[in-house]
Write a new protein. Structure first.
Length: 254
């Protein structure tokens, strides 16, 4: 028999699902727990009984290696953490199918808090796409001397154009994972998987024009992912820019 507490929990879970359409059971539980205590098992059961569980698609990689271009060493070695902001960035490209063609997104992520600090969207995936994402990140957030900029071996990242863009800033160190090894840039791949599952597939962006999708992706990154979405890699699961602001006055370890 449903209790009053169950009714309150279901109502709170429905509200949480509406605000965070792609959260799993753990995320929904953490959202309602400040006011209503509930075990994971009970939360799962209530979600299942009330149609609040999610099933999501999984995206695949995109960039291709050009073995004739110069390569860089892997300075990250799968350590996707940082003790302070703007010392270790990750970058990659993904594509989004739209009604009038493909939209390509290049993004730059800060390993400190998982914030997407720069991005660019175009109808092509030439090197200039990645260069613009890098310049966007540096112009908005700056960088520390010796910043590591990590990517895969995609031809955009090994190109002379991209290396010239890095050289504009003088003290950025380029890093690359191994060829055909998505795990060497796993945190960036995870962000794109989240974008696809929580936005692109859910809204069926293949039925929308590129200009509309560009606006939707921009809003999702800037107003939701960076500022409101829980990030389990951060202290207290804080959203990326909330962590950055909250710990802004804390002395960082060298």
């Amino acid at each position: 028999m449903r209790t009053d507490l169950d009714a309150q929990l279901i109502s709170a879970l429905r509200k949480a699902r509406k605000e965070h359409p792609c959260y799993g059971v753990r995320g929904l539980r953490e959202t309602v727990e400040p006011t209503l205590r509930v075990s994971y098992g009970k939360c799962y059961r209530l979600c299942k009984e009330n149609g609040l569980l999610q099933r999501q698609k999984h995206p695949h990689g995109l960039t291709k290696c050009n073995h004739r271009d110069p390569q860089s060493d892997d300075l990250v070695q799968r350590d996707f953490t940082a003790r302070k902001p703007d010392v270790k960035y990750l970058s990659d490209i993904t594509q989004i199918e739209c009604a009038d063609g493909r939209l390509y997104l290049a993004a730059v992520m800060d390993c400190y808090d998982g914030a997407v600090v720069g991005f660019s969207m175009k109808h092509h995936m030439r090197a200039s796409l990645c260069c613009d994402a890098l310049r966007d990140a540096v112009s908005r957030y700056g960088y520390q001397k010796g910043l590591i900029l990590h990517s895969d071996h995609g031809s955009q990242y090994t190109s002379q154009e991209y290396r010239a863009a890095i050289a504009e800033f003088g003290s950025i160190r380029q890093s690359m994972g191994r060829t055909h090894c998505c795990f060497d840039n796993a945190r960036m791949e995870s962000f794109f998987a989240t974008l696809k599952k929580e936005l692109v597939y859910r809204l069926d962006c293949s039925t929308m024009k590129r200009d509309e999708v560009r606006k939707i992706v921009f809003r999702w990154i800037e107003t939701y992912y960076n500022r409101r979405r829980r990030n389990t890699a951060n202290e207290l699961n804080l959203p990326p820019l909330v962590k950055r602001i909250r710990f802004a006055d804390r002395p960082f370890a060298a």
